[in-house]
Design a protein around this ligand. Sequence first.
Ligand code: MLT
Length: 402
Amino acid sequence: MVKINENYLKLQNSYLFSTIAKKVADFQEKHPDKKVIKLGIGDVTLPIIPAVVKAMHQAVDEMGEKESFRGYGPEQGYDFLREKIVEWDYKKRGISIEKEEIFVSDGAKCDTGNFQELFDTNNTIAITDPVYPVYLDSNVMAGRTGKFHDKTQKFDKVVYMPVTEENGFIPELPKEKVDLIYLCLPNNPTGTVLSKGELKKWVDYAKENKALILFDAAYEAFIVEKDVPHSIYEIEGAKEVAIEFKSFSKTAGFTGIRCAYTVVPKEIQINGISLNQLWNRRQCTKFNGVPYVTQRGAEAVYTEEGQKQIGENIDYYRENARIIREGLEKAGYTVYGGINAPYIWLKVPTGLTSWEFFDKLLEEKNIVGTPGSGFGPSGEGYFRLTAFGSRESTIEAMERIQ
Ligand code: MLT
């Protein structure tokens, strides 16, 4: 008799952003006349930049000609893109990464969700609390989390590292022995960052404890402060203990196009087994590569013109973040993040839970955000707004709140 993977039954009924989308759809059905402003899921609103549009058009034309048509591409990504990534994202920053260490994919969500497949189900994971739900859910599906306790809202085999106002949103090194450590910096959802010195402690910890850091740098392009690393490989020794996930979604507006990459350094050996080779094996079996047209679009980001254009878009979202931060502060809220990240993390008014605040904001102000508790128990009492909306709707949202 066929049996399901019972680990799936330990998941919350629905994925956080699907729950929110459903609540918003129900509200709109009841109130079709209301103009709802969506600052919930971190989805970009500016169109893709002209340099990318041009490159993708050209690539489509190539695909329509017998001489330049391409079928299956390399599972790891085309060399033309991998070489540009090496050059622009690493070499220009003084980091040495080889082309073969780059794996182009269709999203950091998929890669951060899939990477855990390479590890034993008895490995212990450490996550910040709150956290981007994919890291936890993918480990729940794999059976690496143990039992869920309703009272604490925690799994008993997971090490939760709280990031709250009390510790300045800086996670403490785990006291227990952990194997896989997920870090997202700049952080989703709190919008906070670690300095080089702080990140070095994690690299040292991983080395001493034979742990592996899964470093999600999807929001790296938003960093403005000097001492904040753009890549974990800026830290000495990180190539022995860290995988890095990067995405074109938030940097170049690719949420709908889908392109990202993961760096798996050749130095990482676990019991003499190369993780680079293992991930390559996994990708060749389960993934057929990112479309040629998409990769040509991503390549166009790595030109002077492309960098200038994405820079303008990122500045636009940064300005939205400033408008939200200052607007909320003016309205009396305590606000974090939004400086090196597109997320603003605010404290909900006393007496309300995160979900109650969500409902209140939706019903009374017709604004959608993300309840902090959706990211983990320590997110209770907080709320996330994204800077990825349009300028007009961002300003209007702040006027409504004020
Ligand atoms: C978020 O809102 O946290 C992100 O957009 C989700 C994602 O990138 O998958």
